[in-house]
Design a protein around this ligand. Structure first.
Ligand SMILES: Cc1ncc(COP(=O)(O)O)c(C=O)c1O
Length: 381
């Protein structure tokens, strides 16, 4: 398989893991097989399979580590937590991490398997103080959906002093915008379902470890739990990866413009987007990441106003999930388990449509939705 490590990441995303022999297809094809003839490199697809291995090869190159593909982002997260936190151990993780991560940690804690110390990860000092003798520091930057930015280099350095391993969920930035292993993190996890897949048509996840023995443990866990990535989704994920850079460029430009549009709209009380110079995480994010990202959150007066806006949209799809070429929006506070969020907060996953159409749709819905509702003064931040 091809993929030179000297190439730029944008090139690797396109060129990595292609068959390179004479007469071979240009793209790694989906190979839907559970069993293989004995004597070869693979024998049973729950251990390893060629299409998922091609995706692992590409993601490993991009993040600079040893990639293990899973059937979903949660598969990667669960395997990583259970591999790195020993029974009775302690994990330090953001109080506002992705809903599924919180549910998993809460479940393991209730079961007596680990202790979860909840932190505001954007408060570096408090996070490091909370570390103590913890086994793992879990970072998610930006957090979903409150967009809190962690100082990855500072946290990694501090965790090293405490002897804690560091895992970064880099689903929002993707390996083309943030590479935590280069900052010294031990494992990076991605929901490949989101931006890497990019078309809202697959479920996949990946954990990429700096240390090959950690990757080996993750592979064993995947095999025992059966959390494998099936070939069709691996193939689609690899196909999505090929256009990740151009999709990111386009969607980030849209997100940057929309963040400004939203901030200036009278119905919007606050915009959270690290690309905005006024955002509290702006400078920190710019120091460690190569782009502002495609995710933003904004707040309206209350849940009723937000729901009216959702109901008035025609182009931006009211749907859960994120990272597709199509823009999607959701009032996350309406999800069970998300009642810590401001009731009027909408999470917007910005896609690749024309900016004028996106803003036309959002502005029209904001005007229609906010008409009947109360207005609050802008948040000074
Ligand atoms: C930041 C983050 N990590 C992990 C996941 C879980 O990924 P999956 O849905 O592929 O299991 C999500 C899903 O929304 C997410 O937003």
């Amino acid at each position: 398989m091809s993929g030179a490590s000297s190439w730029q990441r944008a090139t690797q995303a396109i060129a990595a893991a292609r068959p390179d022999g004479a007469g071979e297809p240009l793209n790694a094809p989906p190979i839907p097989a559970s069993a293989f003839r004995a004597g070869g490199a693979v024998d049973y697809a729950r251990k390893a399979s060629p299409t998922a291995s091609a995706l692992e090869h590409a993601l490993g190159l991009l993040d600079g580590g040893h990639a293990v593909a899973f059937g979903s982002g949660m598969g990667a997260i669960a395997a990583t937590v259970r591999s790195l936190v020993p029974r009775g151990g302690r994990i330090v993780a953001p109080w506002d991490a992705y809903l599924g991560t919180r549910a998993l940690l809460g479940d393991l804690e209730a079961d007596g398997q680990l202790t979860w110390t909840r932190v505001e990860q954007d408060d570096t000092e408090a996070t490091l103080t909370a570390l103590g003798d913890a086994d793992v520091l879990w970072i998610e930057t930006p957090t979903n959906p409150l967009m809190a930015i962690a100082d990855v280099p500072a946290l990694v350095a501090g965790a090293g002093e405490h002897g804690a391993r560091v895992v970064v969920d880099a689903t929002f930035p993707t390996p083309l915008r943030l590479r935590p292993l280069e900052h010294g993190a031990d494992v990076v996890v991605h929901s490949v379902t989101k931006l890497i897949g990019g078309h809202s048509d697959l479920l996949a996840g990946a954990a990429i470890a700096a240390d090959p023995s950690v990757a080996e443990d993750l592979r064993l866990r995947r095999r025992l739990d059966g959390a494998v990535l099936e070939p069709q989704s691996a193939w689609l994920a690899l196909r999505g990866l090929r256009t990740l850079e151009v999709r990111l460029d386009r969607a980030e430009a849209n997100a940057m413009a929309l963040a400004g549009d939203l901030a200036a709209h009278p119905a919007v009380t606050r915009v959270r987007y690290p690309g905005l110079p006024s955002d509290p995480g702006h400078e920190r994010h710019a120091r460690q990441a190569e782009g502002p990202g495609t995710m933003l959150a904004f707040e309206l007066a209350d849940a009723a106003t937000a729901d009216r806006v959702l109901g008035a949209l025609r182009l931006v799809a009211h749907a859960t999930s994120l990272g597709g070429v199509e823009s999607t929006i959701e009032r996350r506070g309406a999800q069970p388990g998300e009642d810590h969020l401001p009731a009027g907060l909408l999470r917007l996953s910005v896609g690749c449509e024309a900016h004028a159409d996106l803003w036309g749709d959002l502005a029209g819905a904001l005007d229609a939705g906010a008409e009947a509702g109360p207005r609050r003064p802008k948040d000074a931040r």
